[in-house]
Design a protein around this ligand. Structure first.
Ligand SMILES: NC(=O)c1ccc[n+]([C@@H]2O[C@H](COP(=O)([O-])OP(=O)(O)OC[C@H]3O[C@@H](n4cnc5c(N)ncnc54)[C@H](O)[C@@H]3O)[C@@H](O)[C@H]2O)c1
Ligand SMILES: [Zn+2]
Length: 367
């Protein structure tokens, strides 16, 4: 197939699939849809905002294959029962015996999660492809087959593991993405370097100006490296039951507590992960697992991207939010700990006292 893109295969036993990475992939996507024979009718899930930005792209995306476009709410609001059933009802309305329907998720992580979930449950599964348009969805959520919607009380509680047939990552979509969203994605990109690839981390550090300017080559290199790491981890632990996918949660324990505690003054996910990584680094030093120099270096890189590596929070309030987390039920906590940049491990048996103390130290020593 085509030349202006690179390919990474997610080698899963039951449902392997390709991830294509490049620029201006429209022709390639239409070609794939024609050749792959996923179906003869496309349901494109997108949002009003994406639709208005990429009207031309959407209008010819499926080539000769007929389609309908369903525009859902912008952001997290899309991941709801309301929008799930809107999609299901619209699919039912057009579903006839001679139609072989497939879905196309075109948007950020919220659209991918919602569309993927709808695809997984309608008639026990329709094929779907992902065309992610945010940095976060390009390096993280579009890969790995985790799909979900939120219920009033909790995020991602209705969901499934359901792999796409293909993922098309076109970095040119990022040109219209607000800088604050680029930053959120960068936090997860830095995370990949920290957990698995020192060279990637060094590359991000050395190229932060070019990356924030969205220069094509460094951006594609960044996306390629992150996707490769995620694909390799997913291959080893597709259903997250072997503990391998857990390393992707580096920085996420504190991040989730911060997100819960800041319900009314929403801290964005990437920012929360950034603070969470800084804390995990400091905790790792306290536990004698890594040198202070490594932890400080991660903080420095986070800072260079305008990400918070500290934030004024009430340590005892955050500790409470952590205690409510089910990971604490047995009295001890399990967390991903830094050994050195590029190497992390899951450590069990961390006592609540240590967490309490290091949280207090963290808030005191950071400015
Ligand atoms: N399935 C997974 O494995 C996984 C992993 C991580 C996160 N997630 C989920 O992903 C979601 C977050 O994804 P997200 O950060 O992409 O958020 P998002 O989908 O809400 O997109 C962020 C914002 O950017 C806008 N946008 C998207 N693409 C654009 C473009 N090219 N130009 C201009 N604006 C654009 C959107 O309209 C939205 O306002 C969360 O719901 C999270 O739970 C899932
Ligand atoms: Zn995350």
């Amino acid at each position: 197939m085509v030349t202006n893109m690179k390919q990474i295969k997610v080698k899963l036993k039951e449902s392997p699939y390709p991830i294509f990475i490049g620029e201006n992939l429209k022709k390639e996507i239409s070609g794939y849809l024609k050749d792959s024979k996923l179906g003869n009718f496309a349901v494109i899930i997108s949002s009003k905002k994406i639709h208005s930005l990429y009207k031309g792209f959407i209008s010819t995306l499926t080539g000769k294959i007929p389609n309908i476009v369903i525009s859902v709410a912008d952001g997290e609001a899309a991941k709801s029962k309301k929008w799930l059933f809107k999609i299901i009802n619209e699919i039912m309305a057009i579903d006839t015996w001679n139609k072989k329907i497939f879905l196309v998720c075109f948007g950020g992580g919220t659209i991918g999660d919602l569309g993927g979930f709808a695809a997984s449950i309608y008639k026990r599964g329709l094929p779907y492809i992902q065309i992610p348009t945010t940095l976060l969805s390009q390096i993280d959520s579009s890969i790995g087959g985790k799909t979900a919607i939120d219920l009033e009380k909790a995020k991602n509680v209705l969901g499934s593991f359901y792999q796409p047939k293909a993922v098309f990552i076109d970095s040119t979509f990022l040109k219209t993405l607000p800088l604050k969203e680029i930053r959120q994605g960068m936090a997860e990109a830095i995370k990949y370097g920290v957990i698995a690839d020192k060279n990637l981390f060094d590359f991000i550090d050395a190229n932060h100006c070019r990356l924030m300017k969205l220069e094509s080559n460094p951006l594609k290199r960044l996306i390629f490296s992150c996707v490769k790491i995620k694909a390799r981890i997913v291959e080893k632990d597709e259903l997250e039951n072997r503990g391998i996918r857990t390393v992707l949660n580096y920085g996420h324990t504190l991040a989730h507590a911060l997100e819960t505690a800041s319900k009314y003054k929403k801290i964005p996910h990437g920012s929360a992960v950034s603070v969470g990584m800084a804390y995990a680094g400091r905790l790792s030093c306290y536990l004698g697992k890594c040198s202070e120099g490594e932890a400080v270096r991660v903080e420095k890189v986070l800072k260079s991207f305008g990400l918070p590596w500290n934030t004024a929070f009430d340590a005892s309030k955050i500790f409470k939010a952590l205690v409510y987390d089910k990971k604490f039920i047995s009295g001890k906590i399990r967390m991903v700990i830094l050994y050195k940049i590029g190497k992390v491990e899951v450590l069990s048996g961390i006592s609540p006292e240590v967490i309490k103390k290091t949280l207090a130290l963290f808030t005191k020593t950071q400015h």
